[in-house]
Design a protein around this ligand. Structure first.
Ligand code: FUB
Length: 332
């Protein structure tokens, strides 16, 4: 074969292999879930037959650390095909906030959808803060529900840095009380008032071992779970997911160890848990996605999902992060 023929054949096989790899990657339900935008900090919410997934939009350029200006929402009915509903809010919709559309969670209460999110407050309350917005539908439009921050940096004891008050998780207990937990390095919990826009009572610190950020509260059976991004700086460079359980939302919390390893190529990881159509899911993020000439990075992440399995005693089985995600049926 002539040299040009060899090159043509080699090129054909290279393209065919790349296309096959891409087709394989794109199997519905495989990871990452969203491939046309960088997304982070997944927060699922089940409403009827639909799972909504709220994420932050990562727009970091080159070696920028984070550039997050808006939150997006996607929905699915089968965990395989996702509908993009676009942005639900921009950080500038909170007039008192400066920047940083960081981690969020939405909860349904009294026929409305309440959105809690971490942002950077303006100079009147320096540091990170927690915002609350409301909508009549899960896909928005959401509007600032309070006109000021729900939680500011001064409301918690002075932490090691100014981004201590981030990453809200919200959970309504069987008695109808909604709780909010949040934090970075220190983890706090408080009751929300029935109006959903005020803190009712004291803020308590519940920091579990190796807590870094990204707490997620949920309950299964009679057990309460506090799942979070953990970092044991003596042994690891990147965050993993760990969790604690308790017989009541008030504790006492028992540390149960790590649930996952690190997200591939990512310093951060961020858990979000949901039961949907009889199965349990753990949403995470990693930094494996490349879009055009932009590779994954600390500020260019991609949300993923894995099946979550429980042991008979309620502990969660370790989760291995895969490319296949939920494209294949869960093991029995
Ligand atoms: O996405 C910005 C911040 O990085 C989040 O608030 C943290 O949980 C970490 O994922």
């Amino acid at each position: 074969m002539k040299k040009t023929g060899v090159v043509a054949v080699a090129l054909f096989f290279t393209i065919a292999t790349a296309a096959q790899a891409q087709a394989k990657q794109a199997a519905p339900g495989s990871n990452p879930l969203i491939r046309d935008k960088f997304t982070a900090d997944p927060a699922p919410l089940v409403v009827g037959d639909t799972l909504y997934l709220y994420v932050g939009h990562d727009e970091a350029q080159r070696d920028e650390m984070f550039n997050m200006r808006e939150w997006l929402v996607y929905s699915t009915k089968d965990m395989k095909t996702w509908t993009d509903h676009g942005p639900i809010m921009n950080v500038t919709d909170f007039k008192w906030a400066k920047k940083d559309a960081w981690a969020s969670q939405v909860i349904e209460r009294n026929g409305k959808f309440w959105f809690y999110a971490a942002v950077e407050h303006d100079a009147s309350h320096p540091g990170k803060a927690i915002a609350v917005a409301v909508s009549d539908t899960p896909t928005g439009p959401f509007v600032d529900a309070k006109g000021s921050a729900l939680i500011t940096n001064e409301m918690t004891p002075k932490g090691p840095h100014s981004w201590e008050d981030i990453d809200p998780t919200v959970f309504t207990d069987d008695d109808g009380t909604t709780w909010i937990a949040w934090g970075n390095r220190n983890c706090y919990i408080a009751k929300l008032s029935a109006n959903m826009i005020d803190i009712d009572g004291p803020i308590r610190e519940i920091t579990p071992p190796h807590f870094e950020e990204g707490p997620w509260l949920h309950k299964r059976g009679s057990l309460y779970y506090l799942t979070y991004a953990s970092l044991d700086r003596t042994t690891h460079r990147d965050e993993r997911v760990s969790y604690s359980t308790a017989p009541s939302i008030q504790g006492p919390w028992t540390y149960r160890g790590t649930l996952t390893g690190s997200g591939k190529y990512s310093f951060t990881i961020h858990p979000g848990i949901a039961e949907f159509n009889g199965k349990s899911y753990l949403f995470l993020h990693n930094a494996t996605l490349a879009i055009g000439d932009q590779n994954g990075a600390i500020g260019r992440r991609a949300v993923t999902v894995e099946y979550l399995h429980y042991n008979a005693d309620g502990t969660m089985k370790p989760v291995v992060q895969t490319d296949a995600g939920v494209s294949a049926p869960a093991r029995p």
